[in-house]
Design a protein. Sequence first.
Length: 78
Amino acid sequence: MSRRRASERRLVPPDSRYNSVELARFINRIMKWGKKSVAQRVVYGALDVVQEEARRPALEVFTQALKNATPQVEVRPR
């Protein structure tokens, strides 16, 4: 345990285009070697393609995909 004060939890600011914290966290996970602009270009390009094909708002499709990917029940080891 550290002898200094506890570090403050940093809040992730929302992304610039959709104003979503979840999407900003996703972009940060995609980011490699600190290249945030490249990660944003990849994610926003993919969301543009999804919006054209699904004919639904891209953020709505993204949140539905996150819900589909998360587990419904917590699995705990014995």
